[in-house]
Ligand binder design. Structure first.
Ligand SMILES: [Zn+2]
Length: 441
């Protein structure tokens, strides 16, 4: 088998590596080979400092196909299929494909964009899975990846600072132990950069009808979530837990223009693969973590409407921040109280040191008490006076004292707060598993 990985050919407002991958499909077919399995769209560490967007890399396998065959895309009105398994192509065909793909990257990648550092990798087998795990959770060095590719007798080409080969390599290393699917529909080149006119009602109807799809429509902000806002070639993308309904779901969308091509990708989106369970004391900047502890400060609303609360476990304490674009999510944050048990998912930021919350599980929200009145004096029956905050009560006449806990309390039940919360659809990370997909929520 020949595995091809490509990364970082696009930048803000530029090309799109997934589009380039549909061109790679054409090259594979032109040389008489098949695409083996689905093309793969792999999201890597969202905290990598030099990546401003979704940090996506792509990979595909090419071979002499056999086994099951299914339609996985279309360009210019002609469908293309993927095959279940494949044999290695001849060295001659392999060489031609490598030449063509390299030429494609060199002609179509956006080299002029400052933060675009394209890379392409060719291998005859998949690298160890742990390289993917490190690529999605840590920062790998280009040098280590180069050594590894060389040791595997692979071919690579990195352009500009060459970091693109890291993603290209990690995308080949991924195995779909946890996975979802996305169908991407593309625009005709003449429409790139123009405003999209997707019919909103058709998106809502699709969302209601196809239960395996998710993140289609942002009901909180009344916004279509399937279409990007950049001038890239993508018209829209629909995500689902299984591939079965994706083609039908795509056909129900009224896109407002012609779909020039489409392709189904196997992806690691919505898997939480970037998240590592940690003790608070072990959280480092750049980590994406899942921590569990007790809320140890009353939530505070800061400028911009963001909400901060502090969480403690046996190993330490850390601030957690819920950002404003998700209004309903910040409202939940404001309802937290000292003593609540929570699980927080998010990325650890360095300055100020805080976890940017991308998912919140309120495990336990105990009833809180609210003082309704001072206690009555057991001797004369009059209301007692407070001796100050936390100091208890005294009867001015009889000099009888009572502790603070003996006030007349109102108990506010908060059990209904327990559950899972997440930002509005448009503010979610590609890698974050939506609450809808959690098995034991
Ligand atoms: Zn008294």
């Amino acid at each position: 088998m020949l595995y091809i990985g490509i990364d970082d050919t696009d930048a803000i407002g530029g090309m799109c590596t997934t589009y380039l991958m549909t061109e790679v499909v054409r090259i594979i077919e032109k040389h008489g080979l098949s695409v083996i399995g689905y093309p793969r769209l792999v999201r890597l560490n969202p905290s990598v400092p030099w990546k401003t967007r979704g940090n996506a890399a792509l990979s595909i396998a090419a071979g002499i196909g056999s086994g099951k065959k299914w339609v996985c895309g279309e360009y210019g009105g002609v469908a293309f299929s993927a095959r279940e398994t494949g044999e290695s192509p001849s060295p001659e065909i392999e060489r031609k494909i490598i030449e063509d793909v390299t030429a494609l990257v060199e002609t179509r990648a956006r080299f002029e964009e400052e933060n675009t550092n394209p890379g392409v990798v060719f291998l005859r087998k998949r690298p160890d899975y742990r390289f993917y795990i490190r690529g999605v959770r840590e920062i790998l060095s280009k040098e280590e990846v180069e050594r590894e590719i060389a040791a595997m007798d692979g071919i690579w080409k990195g352009y500009k600072n060459g970091r693109g080969i890291i993603g290209a390599f990690c995308a080949i290393a991924w195995r779909p132990y946890r996975c979802t699917y996305e169908i991407l529909a593309y625009r005709k080149e003449e429409n790139w950069g123009t405003e999209r006119r997707i019919d909103e009602a058709s998106v809502k109807a699709m969302d209601a009808r196809f239960r395996s799809t998710f993140n289609n429509y942002d009901y909180e902000n009344s916004r279509i979530a399937i279409a990007p806002h950049s001038p890239c070639p993508i018209l829209f993308g629909i995500r689902a837990t299984v591939p079965d309904e994706l083609i039908d779901a795509m056909r129900t969308i009224k896109p407002g223009e012609e779909i020039e091509r489409w392709c189904i990708f196997l992806t690691n989106q919505a898997t939480d693969d970037h998240i590592v369970k940690k003790r608070i004391g072990d959280c480092r900047p750049g980590n994406c973590v899942r921590i569990r502890g007790r809320v140890c400060s009353e939530p505070e609303v800061i400028r911009g409407g963001h909400v901060i609360f502090r969480v403690r476990d046996r190993s330490g304490e850390i601030d957690c921040t819920i950002y404003e674009p998700s209004k309903e999510f910040t409202i939940i944050g404001r309802k937290l109280a000292t003593g609540d048990v929570v699980e927080v998912f998010g990325a650890v930021r360095e300055i100020p040191r805080t976890v940017n919350v991308e998912k919140l599980h309120v495990v336990e929200a105990k009833a809180v008490r609210n003082k309704q009145a001072n206690p009555q004096c057991p001797v004369c029956g009059k209301r007692m006076k407070s001796m100050g905050r936390d100091a208890g009560f005294v009867c001015k006449r009889c000099h009888v004292k009572k502790g603070r806990d003996e006030a007349v309390w109102d108990w506010i039940e908060r059990k209904s707060l327990e559950g899972w919360y997440e930002p509005a659809v448009c503010s979610r990370r590609h890698l974050s598993k939506p609450v809808k997909l959690l098995p034991n929520r």
